[in-house]
Design a binder for this molecule. Structure first.
Ligand SMILES: [Zn+2]
Ligand SMILES: [Zn+2]
Length: 357
């Protein structure tokens, strides 16, 4: 009796499954690995997907509004999201493949291979993915024309240029698309109106950013006016109008001011450019003398240089075919008989710098 007791303590106890010797009488590692479910996954997964933008619900929230995924990829992504791998499974490898599909139901095979206590374990199963098509809240807002701000792109004493309105649109779509996680920021609509462009944005912050970017880039300024329009989630909802006023003069304008004909190259509140009489660079602040637009450099025409001296040139004025004598600006280096670009204005004819210089 004594001997038998000693024997039991020292020797192994067979695995209840396969009889292999174990020390504790529990399952051996191989049988343990065999019996372990390395992958956990329900037989059917339902995915809520927006039929307008392709966004789908993941971890309780709607995903980004990038390119919509094809149904197959969506189903595979949903399975991978849903699949749980046992904590003891080492180096798990998962392969998911679509086996068949109806419009809203896809059947997929899921193969998981992992190592448990050194033994290779395979798990194969099939799962149905049901796509439930609906309209996501963002698309509902978009199609409902929801907006919280309007940016009015205008310019002082003129219409905004095409470049300016295009830039404003670029800013709007950039602000809307900057952060894919922020699905609530979008361009509701854009509208060409008399005197400029109106951009409707889903949030007031987005509108402010566009107004700020435009005035940082082009000068001018903006005013904002908020109007109470109702409530949203228990808070007062304001709609904000950002009235952007771009400066009167833009690059390429020729402005008569303070005794100069200034070809504007920059205007960020201070008018900067080239004096077409002398060729010198000048800046004129807002507060300075009166300014009048006398032409656009784009309207310059070719004219023949009749004579050239150090400080004067004679030009055949293309609008009157008369020879006129003008001061030679420092940028004019052409010789007699050559063609130069000149702009005829009500203040006279001015050579303008070569477009490439
Ligand atoms: Zn065993
Ligand atoms: Zn959507």
């Amino acid at each position: 009796m004594l001997l038998e007791g000693v024997y039991r303590m020292m020797a192994s106890v067979p695995c209840p499954e396969c009889g292999a010797p174990t020390s504790e009488g529990e399952l051996c590692d191989e049988c343990y690995a065999d019996g372990l479910d390395v992958a956990a996954l329900s037989d059917e997964i339902e995915v809520r997907v927006c039929s307008k933008c392709g966004s789908y619900v993941r971890d309780g929230g709607w995903t980004s509004h990038g390119e919509p995924l094809p149904d197959d990829e969506l189903a595979v992504a949903a399975v991978k999201d849903e699949l749980g791998v046992h904590v003891e499974a080492r180096e798990p490898r998962v392969e998911v493949s679509v086996e068949s599909r109806d419009p809203n139901v896809l059947r997929l095979g899921v193969e998981t291979v992992a190592y448990v206590r050194g033994y290779r374990v395979e798990d194969e199963r099939r799962v149905r993915v049901v796509l439930r098509r609906e309209t996501c809240p963002t698309c509902a807002k978009r199609s409902g024309g929801y907006y919280e701000s309007v940016v009015q792109i205008r310019a002082e004493g003129r219409d905004p240029t095409e470049e300016e309105t295009e830039r404003a649109l670029e800013h709007a779509y950039e602000v809307a698309g900057r952060d894919y996680g922020d699905r609530d920021t979008f361009v509701t609509k854009t509208e060409e109106v008399r005197g400029g462009l109106d951009i409707y944005m889903s949030t007031s912050n987005a509108g402010m950013q566009i107004a700020r970017r435009m005035t940082e880039e082009y000068g001018g300024g903006y005013d904002d006016t908020a109007t109470l329009v109702g409530e949203k989630d228990g808070e007062e909802l304001y709609r904000v109008t950002y009235a952007v006023s771009l400066p009167e003069f833009v690059p390429g304008d020729v402005v008569s001011t303070d005794g100069t004909a200034l070809l504007v190259t920059d205007n960020d509140g201070i008018l900067k450019g080239v004096d077409l009489r002398t060729g010198r660079r000048r800046s004129v602040s807002d507060a300075d003398a009166e300014k009048e637009l006398i032409g656009r450099v784009d309207d310059a025409e070719e004219a023949t240089l009749v004579t050239v001296s150090d400080d004067e040139v004679q030009i055949l004025d293309p609008s009157t075919y008369e020879t006129v004598t003008v001061q030679r600006p420092s940028f004019l280096v052409a010789r007699q008989g050559e063609e130069v670009e000149v702009l005829s204005t009500n203040e006279g004819v001015f050579p303008v710098p070569n477009k490439n210089s």
